[in-house]
Unconditional design. Structure first.
Length: 434
């Protein structure tokens, strides 16, 4: 009889999705790319392979690749365990692609001092995409985030506005407008709020149980952290410039070694980063052209015209380097672009000015350095003689119009003929008695 009563109680007791005492906690930080997708997939699969857990992702991201965000959204929507996105710590953000990911979670929590939103595609405003294509991209993203928000029963009007007009909300505002489900300061407070909270997982309503849970931190491996770092568009841009400048400086000064080694390593990392983040080949070509123009301007007197063209080419290539209709939420930081362009322009303007001064400066060594120097006649006959210049004896002949020279006469060097013979003229200035 007692066994039947126990079975009856089990059937009548509400379902709890997290009877287990383990909660996975991981991070979605920095730029979102394919390495982020790999990490998120690993976390969710590990959680699904164990019974009854919750996965909490601590988020702080400026955004990233739309395709990577879409894959994470699909993982969240199809997950067999509840997914919680916690925008944390203070000062963190769930911006751009991060807004799409947060919207697809079962629960959104935010820490005070954080923000969410600004999901308008950024790269299409600085690329060569046509107006019609830009409109199609925005309309697609609006429909996409609306579908996600509706699926999670969130206020889809605000999420649409986040894409159309880059709308943002602070944590307080997001909580008041039901964009965020909880406003908490730390993970411990979040776990208390989650206890008994209803969520829908794969069409089934479940109640979270966080009493006495064990927190398991799931960190990204060190090699994935490295790959994730070089998959940032700003890092890709810097690697490309280091590669070209390093190799150029090595070619200009053979034997320096360090610039060449640094440039070669940066080039290999850049080529590898192409597998993580899409790069526009036209942008790369424009940056290469800019560097070529800068170098040629040092060799050819163009009065800075080539350098001006190089600056324009560098700016255009930098804006086009990453970001396209296939990755509209990606761009290189504008401040970084103008900073690099300004520093590059200043360097080459400085180098160009030094080159011009060097070209105009009178030679101080070699044959050319002898022109205009003064000396004294040591020996002389009708066909020439020997003069002393710079403390050295030189064979010399008289220049045109010079008829007589004698020992002790002061002379000035007018030129040098074959055989290191000086052409001299008499220096007629008299030395005062002082």
């Amino acid at each position: 009889m007692g066994k039947y009563v126990l079975l009856l109680l089990l059937f009548l007791y509400p379902s709890f999705c997290s009877a287990s005492s383990i909660v996975y906690i991981s991070k979605i930080n920095g730029f979102i790319n394919s390495i982020t997708v790999k990490h998120v997939t690993s976390v969710i699969k590990s959680a699904e392979n164990s019974s009854g857990k919750i996965v909490i992702f601590l988020m702080d991201t400026p955004g990233g690749l739309l395709e990577s965000a879409r894959q994470i959204v699909k993982l969240f929507l199809s997950s067999k365990v509840p997914i919680v996105v916690f925008v944390y710590p203070k000062g963190a953000r769930a911006a751009s692609a991060g807004t799409f990911i947060a919207a697809s979670a079962n629960v959104i929590a935010m820490s005070p001092g954080t923000v969410i939103g600004a999901a308008h595609p950024v790269s299409i405003s600085v690329s060569h995409i046509s107006a019609d294509t830009k409109k199609k991209i925005v309309n697609y993203l609006v429909a996409y985030i609306r579908a996600i928000a509706k699926d999670r029963n969130r206020p889809f009007e605000w999420f649409e506005n986040a894409v159309k007009n880059s709308a943002t909300l602070t944590a307080d505002e997001a909580f008041k407008r039901h964009v965020a489900d909880f406003l908490v300061s730390d993970v411990g407070s979040l776990l208390k709020k989650l206890n008994g909270y209803p969520v829908v997982v794969n069409g089934k309503k479940l109640y979270l149980n966080t009493n006495g849970v064990e927190k398991k931190i799931y960190s990204m491996s060190w090699d994935d952290k490295f790959l994730h770092a070089i998959g940032n568009p700003n890092m890709v841009y810097v690697l490309l410039l280091i590669a070209f400048y390093g190799i150029i400086f090595e070619l200009a000064s053979p034997g320096a070694i360090f610039p060449g080694v640094a440039g070669a390593i940066a080039l290999l990392l850049f080529l590898f980063a192409l597998h993580i983040i899409p790069v526009n080949s036209v942008g790369v070509a424009l940056i290469v052209l800019a560097i070529i123009l800068f170098i040629v301007d040092l060799k050819v007197p163009s009065h800075g015209i080539l350098s001006a063209g190089g600056i324009v080419s560098l700016l255009l290539g930098s804006f086009m380097l990453v970001g396209s209709k296939s990755s509209p939420m990606v761009s290189v930081s504008i401040s970084l672009i103008f900073g690099v362009a300004g520093a590059t322009a200043a360097f080459f303007v400085f180098a160009l000015s030094k080159a011009i001064v060097a070209q105009r400066r009178k030679a101080v060594s070699g044959k050319e350095g002898m022109i205009g120097e003064m000396g004294y006649v040591i020996e002389w006959n009708d066909r020439g003689g020997v003069v002393l210049v710079h403390g050295e004896r030189w064979n010399a002949v008289a220049g045109r119009g010079v008829y007589t020279l004698k020992k002790g006469d002061r002379v000035r060097v007018k030129g040098i003929i074959e055989g290191l013979t000086l052409v001299v003229e008499e220096l007629k200035e008299e030395i005062g008695d002082g």
